[in-house]
Design a protein around this ligand. Structure first.
Ligand code: NAD
Length: 340
């Protein structure tokens, strides 16, 4: 039996990854370490009980516990405080917690001589204006007085620590820099744009677009992302590599709002909201964020299969199901957003 550890496995990307891992091999047990701060046990509902081991705990302690319980064959480290709202409220915890967790995960990988994928973020590129972003590009950050940059620094430090671990101990680490990942099970509570828009469109409320709406992003369906991660980690030549992971079709946030309204045939209108109202004073957004996917495609043959329109429909279907009286509800709409 292969034993695969997914930290943050009850979260959005983690739960889709867990399903994918179980789907690719009949003899896989997924050990999920999650403190359920933004994740949800219900996200694991589709997995047969006998293939999931849930350790409800912080990532560092839970990983140590998972490593004590037995051999680990692969690790995907996805646990992190995610979403602009959380990041703005707890910048020092974001940095300190992130490093502590990553160290613990690397230690477990060393103990069991197994490969480990570290979830990083397009935020690592900061406000670089050179698009598309390539993995070896220089990065440009805002000042430390702007708390929103703490997430970028934290993810960058995770990368340093992981790459250095490879040099010192030979650990097979792979860094995945996720760009905007979207789809069913993504919560809008912590500030993610697409679930906020889809939720608002379904309720007939205004879609609140921050800034002037010309900022451009690339979105990729979470199921496409979940498919490529094991391929990336298992590729022998990918160890020690940093990879952009996402889609590369640029869409402005205003266009995204219009697309959501069109695809869901909603009566909602669009409301423009100045950044100062949405975030802290002086909030700096990134104008264009687009990955160069050359390296990922070469390493894995990655080609996103789902269109954004399809993802919007599937996300709406999931939200409708979650809100149905039969399933019960949990809060998921409201906060502003942009960091992922
Ligand atoms: P998510 O919030 O759904 O998942 C994170 C999971 O980690 C949650 O289940 C949460 O409960 C858990 N968690 C948080 N802190 C923890 C801790 N200290 N100990 C244990 N569990 C903890 O978010 P996601 O979108 O699935 O993000 C997964 C990873 O991908 C994160 O590392 C995130 O930084 C990265 N990422 C995501 C995006 C995106 O667009 N979704 C973009 C860039 C990077």
């Amino acid at each position: 039996m292969k034993r695969v550890l997914v930290t943050g496995g009850a979260g959005f990307i983690g739960s889709h990854l867990a399903e994918r891992l179980v789907g690719t091999g009949s003899s896989v047990v997924v050990v999920v370490v999650d403190d359920l701060s933004t994740g949800h046990v219900g996200n694991l509902a589709r997995l047969p009980r006998n293939v999931v081991e849930l350790i409800e705990s912080g990532a560092a302690e839970g990983t140590a516990e998972a490593a004590r319980r037995g051999r680990i064959d692969e690790i995907y480290h996805l646990a992190a405080a995610v979403g602009v709202d959380l990041v703005l409220r707890q910048p020092s915890e974001v940095i300190e917690g992130s490093l502590r967790n990553t160290r613990a995960v690397l230690e477990a990988a060393r103990q069991w001589s197994c490969p480990v994928l570290i979830a990083s973020s397009s935020e690592v590129y900061g406000k670089s204006e050179r698009v598309p972003f390539r993995e070896e590009d220089d990065v440009v950050y805002g000042p430390t007085t702007m708390t929103r940059w703490s997430y970028a620094y934290a993810k960058g430090m995770d990368e340093f620590v992981a790459l250095n671990h490879r040099q010192r101990h030979g650990t097979k680490v792979v860094i995945a820099r996720f760009f905007n990942t979207v789809g069913p099970r993504q919560s809008g509570v912590w500030g993610m744009v697409l679930p906020r828009f889809v939720g608002a469109a379904m309720r007939g409320e205004a879609l609140r677009v921050f800034g002037d709406g010309t900022q451009q992003r690339c979105f990729c369906d979470v199921r496409d992302v979940a498919e490529v991660l094991p391929v990336l980690l298992r590729g022998e030549a990918n160890a020690g590599g940093v990879f952009n992971v996402g889609g590369d079709r640029l869409v402005s946030i205003r266009e995204l709002a219009e697309m959501v309204i069109r695809v869901l045939d909603s009566d909602s209108r669009i409301e423009m909201v100045p950044y100062e109202q949405a975030y802290e004073a002086g909030f700096e957004d990134v104008a264009v964020r687009q990955p160069d996917l050359t390296r990922l495609k070469r390493a894995t043959g990655f080609e996103p299969r789902r269109t954004l329109e399809q993802t919007i429909r599937d996300l709406a279907a999931w939200l409708a199901e979650e809100d149905s009286p039969a399933r019960g509800t949990r809060p998921r709409h409201g906060a502003p957003g942009g960091i992922g």
